[in-house]
Design a protein around this ligand. Sequence first.
Ligand code: GDP
Length: 489
Amino acid sequence: MASRFSDIVEEARLSARALLDFGEHIFSPAVRLGVTGLSRSGKTVFITALIHGLTRGGRFPVFEPFATGRIARARLEPQPDDAVPRFDYENHLHSLISERQWPNSTVDISELRLVIEYQRQNGADRTLTLDIVDYPGEWLLDLPLLNKSYEQWSRESLALSRERPRARLAMQWHAQLATLNALARENEQAALAGARLFTDYLRACRDERFAMSLLPPGRFLMPGNLAGSPALTFTPLDLPNEGVAPDGSLWAMMERRYEAYKDVVVRPFFRDHFARLDRQVVLVDALSAFNSGPEALVDLEAALEGILESFRIGRSTLLSSLFRPRIDRILFAATKADHLHHSSHDRLEAVLRRTVAKAVTRAADTGAEIDVVALAAVRATREAQVQRGRDKLPSILGTPAPGEIVNGEAFDGATEVATFPGDLPADPQQLFTGADAFRGLASATAETTDFRFLRFRPPQLESVGTEAPALPHIRLDRALQFLIGDRLQ
Ligand code: GDP
């Protein structure tokens, strides 16, 4: 596909942009930090906590330039990209602190600019511009589509939807699909109905009980401003093994829209946003996969492999890499570690390391440095030892969100409880061996699952005098040190 004219034009545009960015960087050092992860992985909370910590004096002992006092000030500046919405920091912070509610999650791309005034290790005063770009990880999973024909994508998606536990969730869509003939005349109503049922299937896979991750095309679940457009109104079809789509057929219509999806959605995203990033953090909600079961964990592994694949594709864009190095650091972060006792934090990190291991080996030629951390951008719990019979269990204390249910009891959002969420194994491999590795909601009831992570409300903060309270966190400073520490030397 590299020889396509549109690809060449695109690469030239990319290079022109890279040159512009490069020029800017010479005069004012800047880092574009991408924050991504599948929906509800914790992007909004991570960015809000990061900005709050940097601008309002968070507690970051492991973030060296901050801990040693070399950072004098960090302030927000107007968002520089006119066509991208601004990350709604102030409202998100208000929800977190004043309402003790989690902010609204990411549904589209957004961006914010932070300027950090610091002193170099040699004493000179400098500023670093940090542009934080928040975007759905689902979009990243679309990049491999650029190398796939409609026929290939259609066959792969259908095969996946016939596997357990997806097949059960795809029943209605499969029933409609069975009534369609790919060679028959194109039919808008069939396409609309199919796209709706296909999207319902993708959404059901994403549901808490199943927590599937690998669900391209990403915009079907995260349409941004394209909801309802023809570029999002197509589905896989049962296709003949050979031949090409006859003119005017349903097959040709789907193929055309699939190609339009790549042209109006996937390529521009890659060109205008992804290719301009310097650093990337990929947030991973491994705990949801534990809640759901081994299939969800294996699926998450495949999704992360897909995500890392995009970094490889990004690298191989020859012209653009002439001007400026692409992403040179990638951090995988398991979020919401505050749902576990600290004795399990290293184990959570080990599980994530194991989950991305295959992907990291395959992506060795990205040239990027890769690290893994288990963190909580906002710590909503405290720790306690709870006596159960003769044993003392390492438990966590928090206020479950209204409606959370434990042992048949629904919580009101005002009562604090101690829970024992389950112990992660010392050897992460145990979680991956066979479909019966552990029991999750996809195959068991809430009472018989091996892990149960409740949703807690954000913490109650106590302000000291007129100072805005710092948000408690776990290892957010370690993430910052890896992501930008070296740029503040
Ligand atoms: P996004 O879709 O990636 O933007 O995800 P959000 O940042 O909106 O997070 C989704 C949900 O995960 C939130 O509503 C919280 O319930 C939970 N969450 C995210 N980060 C944390 C965290 O650091 N600690 C805890 N306890 N929950 C979190």
